[in-house]
Design a protein around this ligand. Sequence first.
Ligand SMILES: Nc1ncnc2c1ncn2[C@@H]1O[C@H](COP(=O)(O)OP(=O)(O)OP(=O)(O)O)[C@@H](O)[C@H]1O
Ligand SMILES: [Mg+2]
Length: 374
Amino acid sequence: MPQKVSLSRLKLTDFRNYASVSLSLDDRHVVLTGDNGAGKTNLMEAVSFLSPGRGLRRATYSDVTRVGATAGFSIFAELDGMDGEVEIGTGVDTTDDSASRRLRINGTPAKSADELTDHLRLLWLTPSMDGLFTGGSSERRRFLDRLVLSLDPAHGRRASDFERAMRSRNKLLDERRFDPAWLSGIEQQMASLGIAMAMARQEMLDLLARLIDDTHESSPFPAAALELAGFMDGQFSRPAVDLEDEYAAMLADSRYRDAAAGRTLEGPHRADLLVRHRQKQMEAARCSTGEQKALLVGLILAHARLVANLTGYAPVLLLDEIAAHLDEGRRAALFDLIDALGGQAFMTGTDRAMFSALGERAQFLTVADGKVFE
Ligand SMILES: Nc1ncnc2c1ncn2[C@@H]1O[C@H](COP(=O)(O)OP(=O)(O)OP(=O)(O)O)[C@@H](O)[C@H]1O
Ligand SMILES: [Mg+2]
């Protein structure tokens, strides 16, 4: 059984519609109910800032800061984490133009937001992800990379270094500076980062596929078949050095074409995640709305289990409106599955009765107009 990571305190100041709120939590699941616009998703978003990045809405810091606040927002959390009890403080001072997110762990400024992953892993599922399978590939790539990140925190650095190298190549090509030595230096770097990125994605998908193989028969959710496409398809079982050479050669060959296109046409930044409904042998985009949702829920829960198995700690789950559109039996099965992961989950809904099957396994909080009540 993986160990539990749980939040025991959450304090928000000038975050979205919360001027100031302080929650005491025990280690059970947290159910947040309240009317539309009460602040349920905002609270989840605040928790999502305990992972690197810009949270589950990918919002700008000025959007997150409460309207009418004079200087930025702050979030403070206490948790029983992967490295014991820890206090995490984060926020942004929007009066400072260079406003980047500040982070303190046990009172000490953190060098990088990646340090958060030493203490907890977070996974989320929100209604805005409902169009994941039918929408554009960039959203799926982001989703895929978030899955990789929750297992391998170095993935974010690789991806941003790749982006930076690619931007400098694009700039040189744009300026028609076809200096072979300079370009091939950048392309070598892109090749080693890009292949490492693609292999990390493939490795995560292989692990996830194996776990789905082992568990799907007992799951009330459909099994997903996962495939990486759009860049060196099906090549990633070959040695990395060969793939790097191949990708570097591909880049060198496509300089004029890329210059004409104004961008780099081949690379891990063009990859896509293909998802199929296994039992139905149908691509996810062609499944019904409910089937797509069920696939996504199944995928997130399988990934949560994978993270728990590999790190020894269950990830904290943020499941926004997870119970909507599910019948009573499916809801109860879902709660059992979430509970069996052994971690703490935050769940929201407009109606408390929908969560009654959780019983004593959760603490129930009511959210109204930027305030939270027991
Ligand atoms: N920066 C901000 N300052 C003040 N209020 C904000 C800010 N950003 C968002 N809000 C408000 O916060 C309110 C609560 O939003 P939230 O998305 O958390 O609601 P919710 O409880 O999840 O509702 P629903 O059930 O409709 O999903 C909204 O009315 C929104 O306008
Ligand atoms: Mg909401």
